[in-house]
Design a protein around this ligand. Sequence first.
Ligand code: MLT
Length: 421
Amino acid sequence: KATLTIGDTSAEFPLLPSTSGAGSIDFSTLTRQTGYTGLDYGYVNTASTKSTITFIDGDKGILRYRGYPIEQIAKNCSYLETAWLLIYGELPTATELADFDERIRRHTLLHEDLKHFFTALPHTAHPMSVLSSAVAALSTYYEGQTDPANPEHVELNMVRMLAKLPVIAAYAHKKSVGQAFLYPDNSLSFVDNFLKLNFGVNSEPYEIDPVMSRALELLLILHEDHEQNASTSTVRLVGSTGANQFASISAGIQALSGPLHGGANEAVLTMLGQIRDSGQSVQRFVERVKNKEEGVKLMGFGHRVYKNYDPRAKLVKEAADEVLASLGVSDPLLDLAKELEEIALADDYFKERRLYPNVDFYTGVIYKAMGFPTRMFTVLFAIGRLPGWLAQWRELNLDPQTKIGRPQQLYVGSTERAYPA
Ligand code: MLT
């Protein structure tokens, strides 16, 4: 318990067990008993929502989807199987999965008019901006079919979004490199189709590399959900207004584009490149991080929730080795990343602060080896995260107790001022 004195009120308040630090103050009790609003930057404790989708124990480094450990999901499931699990709460039967897969294949085509939308945007546009704009634009093609209260609309739009987001993402990529768009090849699996849309060139045959395909599938699975992070809570907040799935997911993509969220994997690669180009040793870089030199930050390390190794980062690190070995290439940036991890994890500064590599630390190296330009990395995160956003939107939408979200404000400005005469 903690004794707090606010204004005239002094009382003991229970401490909540917390995944983000031992014993945080129970702000909701505080608010109820005193009428005071707790100022809580970033809603660390005050804003909470109930959910049955993803469980994280940040102290132990545990992540589970619908109760199943991420390690087992990553080993045994496909992207679509995991999507079904997140959305409906159970692993699909073989028939359910085949039907789901088939429905998604039938919806991959984009309306031809939507392609003009890509032409209208500058080729220098960041693919994340193209992605979120195109997803928002999608709803204009389905007027009268986007009612959140209509279960058929909700189901259909989930399928539409799963089918079309990879196509939009690949077109954003193709546009940025000045290549022609390909039509989806529905004889291929979800991931292989996506690889072909990105790396296939017109009529030339495209051969799928199975190691690359499985590695991409793994990365997408690992990103499918991560409870109430910035983009997911954005999707929920927008969804709580009654906005449709396209509007809500488009807002989530915008939130993910920030360098502190999905943009972090891009930032890790930039940091590794800078270390390499500077010619300084990794040890020296680590010292500069510890001295908090301006502009020197260790990207891809530490996480609001994980005070232990991010379980996703472990799996990504293994995959990085496999992909590079199968392609027969070595990447000095991967070696740098490993050296950086080793030095940091042996250093008391990082140990005391419980800073470990997070999911962004090794993903960029793999995406780069696959041939994706750096600006596509966050887009790949968005494709991974889509099932989580859809599941969270649906969960909120089905809950009869859902109310429109409205974060509390602690007003700290002037109360009343005389308007200048
Ligand atoms: C995520 O997967 O969304 C990121 O780790 C960010 C987060 O969970 O806060």
